[in-house]
Design a protein around this ligand. Structure first.
Ligand code: B3K
Ligand code: ZN
Length: 880
């Protein structure tokens, strides 16, 4: 794990095919926490496409006990062994290797490879964890068939799970038992998984479209069976949806989800044996919020959809990661939208996606870790499971659909599977399938994969009343030296009455009567002319956020208000509100920075616009909630050359306070109107009501009087579900009111629900009232545990990433805290530490005094002996 020499950079251009291909893998595990014996028998064949005759196996943190080649034991001189590879030079064209190794799962706090969580065994092999289990050509373009024999103590580990199908099980001597699993499909090693544990399951038989009967299981620790229904329901919905929307069927007789409390990320798509963070499995109304339920649906879907986009067709090398991740995120986004089933519901999910991009992806793309969707190099691949690869990657996939239409996109998908099922391929292969299936030239589209950064699209317009022409002039700029992107820009035109005008695009095809057209911007600058335009329209540009770009257009306030009131495209309607708010937030922030927060003003026009949306009962509550949320402090910061976190916070709080006071009656009325009495249901309509209601409460609680406090307290006391209970508590904590007794009773009620205690830490860490001293104090709480990633994230990450005004305290004390915990975490779990390290990404954008302190903290970390993971992040942050 530790690196002495400076870390090596791996380049996409250096890809060479593997010298040997693996046909079969037979693994035997004798599982014990301190000392697990792994016997591995691999049959290899020389790859005719490769020049080298050397077998290169990777291994990490494992002890080699025995090595045999074609039946002969190899002596030390017959192979080269170093810290990370085992090489057999000039190996015979056909080779059977038998490798015996030892590992110590109980000591594996990195949670990569085979590890122990709460006394049970689990694995995590993506990206390069399999090499921590056995020596292997651990790269995704080596696909093989696996048979696995698991042996363990029967009482302690009654459940033994592997990929594929269970073909044999029975008892052994000494209280041990065994299970043999066979995966009928070839797979890369990163999809290997095993579980040996004391678990219980909810199971069901399910009929596939072709009539086959399959077994579905959700495995959890005892005591959690009351929280598996939603994951099971989501799994069934996912299977059905993949059949209906894409014609893709489950290819196994059995599909398992296993929940584990110690996990580095959300979940993992191991073939037939998905392993999940408990956060994305366990839910009941008492413990989980609406957001948690939506997360479960999305992640269960995501991992299930990987079975085709990732597993059946996988990545040739890790630079192609977005091939599976961007595509699978796109698929889970579409799944979630289809599950809601209404147009506004779909738009609400789209707005959420845009918010994520602006909150996390745009900053990443503008910072030191900026990389193309298909990166060109990396030091540690685990650092590239990023919002760029995932979410921007999904935007790139979405753009194909926008350019080719739904049917065209489906044709492309069909061709992709027809050509590449069972293969390890590249992003170019995907693009070729899209192009060929639609006879389109998508060569320029390649730049979305190769050029980093967020392109800026600038629009200008001109109207010729005599000729009745309306021109939209679009230009684009990327980073220096970049070539123009192929950008779909969806556009509509609004008349003075707020209705969409019929469109007649000169030189372009679109359906008759269309009110939205997709303009294809491929050059540096292009003019798009609309004919027969009777009045000067207000353009609605980048509808449905048709491309991951920053759009610049000089809207007047009146135009924005018009769009905010009328745009038929809900995403742009929301966007107009965000622009109105952002203009004001930036002005207020500048004022606060110059003169403090006395004498600030917010205009009635804006307040009235907010009022209109809040009270418009024809609008979906979920949409109204989004329209009323002001841009986050992080998003505001991204608009500023020099970020002043305190000023941003004060300006935004002023705006929230002012809205809360001005709209008090309306907020109260909506609070009452959007109650969801009766049995809790996580469906989108109910969740939308709760979201709006709780947003009203949060506005009322910015500067609460006795009545508002009572409202929050009553909601807390009477809540029938976690959404309402936690929203009330958050409102109390964030208002600065004494929430002590409520925090106490919440803790007492949920002491044994780890996921709820995570919330308890998170809501305190992100409260503007919590400074670094408060966070340090929480760390002393007996329930805090740095080794558990969920817990570490709940407290530390929520402070560093979701509490900017406190994290950027002028004395730099929170930066020192950050450095301390990056270093501490790195010794435990480099992947989690590297995520925390990213909190300093944007350090160069702060005022010089803060910058100096951030740099000092970064240098302090850099001076340590670090994992590759953290070293890469801090080195890039400090580089010019
Ligand atoms: N493929 C996994 C992520 C693995 C992360 C490794 N550091 C989960 C997912 O995207 O579905
Ligand atoms: Zn994924």
């Amino acid at each position: 794990m530790r690196t002495d020499s400076s870390p090596t950079t791996i380049f996409r251009q250096d890809y060479t095919p593997p010298a040997f291909l693996v046909e079969t893998v037979e693994l035997g595990f004798d599982l014990a926490p301190a000392r697990t014996v792994v016997a591995n028998r691999i049959t290899l064949r020389r790859n005719p496409d490769a020049a080298s005759h050397d077998i290169v196996l990777y291994g990490e943190e494992i002890e080699l006990v025995q090595l045999r080649l074609n039946g002969q034991t190899l002596e030390a001189g017959d192979y080269q062994l170093n810290e990370s590879t085992l090489t057999i030079r000039s190996a015979p064209a056909e080779a059977v290797l038998e490798i015996e190794t030892l590992c110590a799962p109980a000591e594996n706090t990195a949670l990569s490879g085979l590890y122990v969580s709460n006394g049970n065994f689990y694995t995590q092999c993506e990206a390069e964890g399999f090499r921590r289990i056995t020596y292997f050509p651990d790269r995704p373009d080596v696909m093989a068939k696996y048979t696995v024999m698991l042996r363990a103590d029967k009482q302690q580990y009654p459940v033994l799970l592997g990929n594929g199908n269970l073909i044999e099980q029975g008892d052994l001597d000494d209280g041990r038992h065994y299970a043999k699993w066979e995966d009928p499909f070839k797979k890369p090693s990163y999809l290997f998984a095993l579980v040996a544990a004391k678990l219980v399951c909810q199971e069901e038989r399910f009929k596939l479209a072709d009539g086959r009967d399959v077994l579905l299981q959700v495995w959890v620790e005892e005591g959690n069976l009351d929280k598996t229904d939603y994951a099971m329901q989501s799994l069934k919905n996912s299977i059905r949806w993949d059949e209906e929307r894409w014609g893709l069927e489950l290819d196994l007789d059995r599909f398992m989800i296993v929940a584990v409390g110690d996990f580095n990320m959300g979940a993992m798509e191991n073939k037939g044996l998905n392993i999940f963070n408990t956060k994305f499995v366990l839910a009941n109304p008492r413990t989980a919020t609406d957001v948690d339920y939506a997360g479960i649906e999305a992640v269960v879907g995501h991992e299930y959809f990987h079975n085709w986009t990732g597993n059946r067709v996988t990545c040739r090398d890790w630079f192609q990661l977005s091939l599976k991740e961007g595509l699978t995120v796109f698929r889970d986004q579409e799944f979630s939208a289809d599950m809601i089933g209404t147009d506004t519901g779909r738009a609400v999910t789209r707005i959420d996606q845009v918010r994520t991009l602006r909150q996390a992806q745009f900053p990443e793309d503008a910072g030191p870790m900026s990389h193309p969707v298909r990166p060109d190099s990396f030091v540690e691949i685990n650092n590239f499971y990023t919002v760029t690869v995932y979410e921007k990657g999904a935007e790139v996939v979405r753009m194909y659909q926008t350019l080719l239409g739904r049917d065209g996109f489906r044709k492309g998908m069909d061709l992709y599977f027809e050509r590449h099922d069972g293969q390890a391929v590249t992003c170019d292969d995907f693009r070729a399938a899209m192009a060929d299936a639609n006879r389109r030239d998508l060569s320029q589209f390649e730049r979305w994969y190769s050029q980093a950064g967020t392109p800026v699209v600038t629009a200008r317009t001109r109207y010729d009343a005599v000729k009745r022409n309306f021109d939209i002039i679009l230009s684009q700029r990327g980073q220096a030296e970049q070539q123009p992107f192929h950008i779909p820009v969806a556009v509509g035109l609004l008349g003075a009455d707020g209705r969409d005008l019929p469109l007649h695009l000169e030189h372009g095809k679109h359906a008759k009567g269309a009110t939205t057209v997709v303009l294809e911007l491929t050059g540096q600058e292009q003019i798009f002319r609309f004919r027969n335009v009777d009045e000067r329209p207000i353009p609605s540009i980048l509808r449905d956020f048709s491309a991951p770009v920053i759009l610049e257009y000089d809207y007047t306030d009146d135009e924005l208000l018009h769009l905010f009131n009328h745009d038929s495209d809900p995403v742009n309607r929301w966007e107009a509100g965000q622009r109105l708010a952002m203009e004001r937030l930036l002005k207020l922030t500048a004022q606060v920075a110059a003169h403090g927060d006395a004498n600030l003003k917010l205009d009635h026009t804006f307040i009235n616009a907010m009022r209109a949306v809040l009270t418009d009962a024809t609008l979906d509550p979920a949409f109204r909630e989004l329209a009323l949320i002001l841009p986050s402090e992080t998003i505001i910061a991204e608009q500023m050359d020099v970020v002043d976190p305190q000023a941003i916070h004060k300006a935004r709080q002023f705006m929230r306070r002012t809205i809360g006071a001005a709209l008090k009656q309306e907020l109260l009325a909506q609070y009452q109107a959007n109650q969801t009495p009766g049995e809790y249901s996580p469906d989108a309509a109910s969740a939308g009501k709760r979201a709006l209601k709780n947003l009203c409460l949060s506005y009322l609680m910015v500067a609460p009087g006795a009545d508002e406090l009572k409202l929050a307290q009553q909601q807390f006391d009477n809540a029938s579900n976690m959404t309402d209970r936690s929203a009330a508590l958050v409102a109390m904590i964030h208002s600065g009111a004494d929430a002590g007794p409520y925090l106490k009773s919440f803790y007492a009620d949920f002491e044994h629900e780890a996921l709820v205690i995570d919330k308890w830490f998170a809501m305190q860490a992100s409260a503007p009232t919590s400074d670094v001293a408060a966070v340090r104090k929480l760390m002393e709480h007996p329930a805090f545990n740095l080794k558990n990633p969920n817990r570490a994230r709940s407290l530390i990450f929520n402070f560093t990433n979701a509490n900017p005004a406190r994290f950027h305290a002028a004395d730099g004390s929170a930066y020192a805290f950050w450095a301390e915990f990056v270093i501490k975490l790195d010794a435990i779990n480099p992947q989690v530490a590297a995520r925390l390290a990213r909190a300093m990404d944007r350090w160069r954008r702060y005022a010089p005094a803060l910058q100096a302190k951030m740099k000092q903290a970064l240098e302090q970390v850099a001076a340590h002996k670090l994992s590759n993971d953290v070293a890469e992040v801090v080195t890039k942050a400090l580089a010019n």
